[in-house]
Ligand binder design. Structure first.
Ligand code: GDP
Length: 441
């Protein structure tokens, strides 16, 4: 799996035999190779451009960890960026509270829709749901037969009709599902070898009239740009909710896998890893990238080294805070630390009783807020960070312009910081007992 991409990337990383600091100059050649490897794996051009810009930006700003080599740090950066490009993972299906949930699968012919319908049905049966498969592909009689075989294998009813149209057939299937007490319908729709208007018109009709609750695009991972072009076309015509990547067990090239999420903007939900009906797994970006890169040992090494550096950093910060010294630079570092732990929501979700709060936070997009705060602090000079009292109207305007916010946002942040700094100062002057009392309210 991904053999070709893996080989090319490892050649690229060998070019980073540089010592000392990563600079734009010594990085150029290695990164050019990474770029070529991605393009040759048929990753979408725009996705590659974005990807490389982000890796480059992070590489330039990256702190060199002495115990690992720079090229190993680049491997880690590329690894993380691949996860970012394909993720986040969201292998959930939202089910309706009342009435059957209708899931529509669409994609090119041969992408694996019929097989995936059966796999999905099997997965749902294991979750004690009662799915029904719907043979909505009226173009190919063989497809209907194939779905019947699949239905039999997983022990799930298959609805089919002849001499009708796909919309009417799906509507009839819904009535039948209600009659039989089935709670989920999986529509196996028609595909073509290439995107064509007639097919799209048919699918749009189904979407309009049958109103499926979720539409999943089934994407063959053995293809590259072709899959991306069709993903774009399907995404334009239909409101997609997710992607199911198939044939990851085969000679997958990486192009579709790495591009499809960025091109469609919807998450990859599941991955198919074989022809058998139990070969469907929730999408796990970290695992997939591990298989694409095959450099788990290096990634692990850099992570360990990085966390040692982080621990040292945290210790130094604590020392500073204990002395009552705390400036905006420290504030920024703390924010970076929080970000490293995952999204704010994820972090909060880890604490007992915080689940509800993290859900509320979802509405105000805490991650965006953190990015905004960091953007403001990044626009300040080191002197302003250690002496926020220097920030006057002119400086406030400059910082705001640099961060793309309003000057009032800058003063708001400084006020927030002042409150925190005075709290830190107070804490530093308290005895341990008083500190505990202050923290527990
Ligand atoms: P459809 O035309 O979109 O309905 O595609 P099919 O479900 O008929 O699948 C086309 C071919 O791909 C069949 O031979 C399937 O067995 C095969 N296939 C589907 N999913 C996978 C998968 O995850 N791995 C492998 N190796 N083959 C798959």
């Amino acid at each position: 799996m991904f053999d070709d991409l893996q080989k090319r990337l490892s050649t690229a990383f060998k070019r980073f035999r540089v010592s000392g600091v990563l600079t734009e100059a010594n990085m150029k050649e290695g990164l050019r190779e990474v770029r070529t490897a991605l393009l040759e794996a048929d990753v979408n051009y725009n996705v590659v451009q974005d990807f490389m810009a982000r890796v480059q930006e992070k590489a330039v700003g990256t702190q060199v960890v002495k115990s690992v080599r720079p090229e190993q740090q680049i491997v880690k950066l590329v690894h993380d960026e691949m996860i970012e490009t394909m993720g986040p993972s969201d292998p959930t299906i939202r089910f309706e509270k009342s009435g059957p949930t209708v899931i529509m699968l669409c994609g090119l012919q041969g992408s694996g829709k019929t097989t995936t319908s059966g796999k999905l049905a099997k997965l749902l049966v294991a979750q004690e749901r009662r799915p029904m498969l719907v043979a909505a592909d009226l173009q190919r009689p063989a497809a209907v037969e194939q779905l019947k075989v699949v239905g039999e294998q997983v022990g799930v009813p298959v609805f089919s009709e002849t001499g009708t149209n796909p919309v009417k057939l799906c509507q009839d299937a819904l009535i039948e599902a209600n009659r039989r007490g089935c709670d989920t319908l999986i529509l196996d729709t028609a595909g073509r070898l290439h995107v064509d208007d007639e097919l799209m018109a048919e699918l749009v009709q189904i979407e309009k009239k049958v109103r499926p609750h979720q539409v999943f695009f089934v994407c063959d991972a053995m293809t590259g740009q072709d899959a991306v072009a069709s993903a774009e076309a399907f995404n334009k015509a239909l409101e997609l909710d997710g992607v199911i990547l198939t044939k990851l067990d085969g000679d997958a090239r990486g192009g579709a896998a790495l591009s499809v999420r960025k091109v469609t903007g919807v998450p990859i939900k599941f991955v198919g890893k074989g022809e058998k009906l139990d070969k469907l797994e929730p999408f796990d970006p970290e695992r997939l990238v591990g298989q694409m890169l095959g450099m788990g040992d290096i990634v692990g090494l850099v992570e360990a080294a990085q966390s040692a550096v982080d621990a040292e950093e945290a210790r130094l910060q604590q020392e500073k805070m204990a002395k009552g010294k705390f400036d905006l630079e420290d504030f920024r570092k703390q924010i970076v630390q929080i970000k490293k732990m995952g999204s704010v929501q994820d972090v909060m979700g880890m604490f007992p009783g915080m689940g509800q709060m993290s859900e509320n936070l979802g509405n105000i997009d805490a991650d965006a807020e953190i990015r905004r705060i960091q953007g403001i602090i990044d626009s300040m000079t080191p002197r302003e960070r250690s002496r926020p009292d220097l920030i006057d109207i002119a400086r406030r305007r400059r910082i705001a312009a640099g961060a793309g916010v309003e000057p009032s946002d800058v003063s708001g942040l400084v006020k927030q910081f002042d409150a925190m700094a005075s709290f830190v100062k107070q804490m530093a002057q308290m005895s341990m007992l008083d500190k505990i009392k202050a923290m527990t309210g």
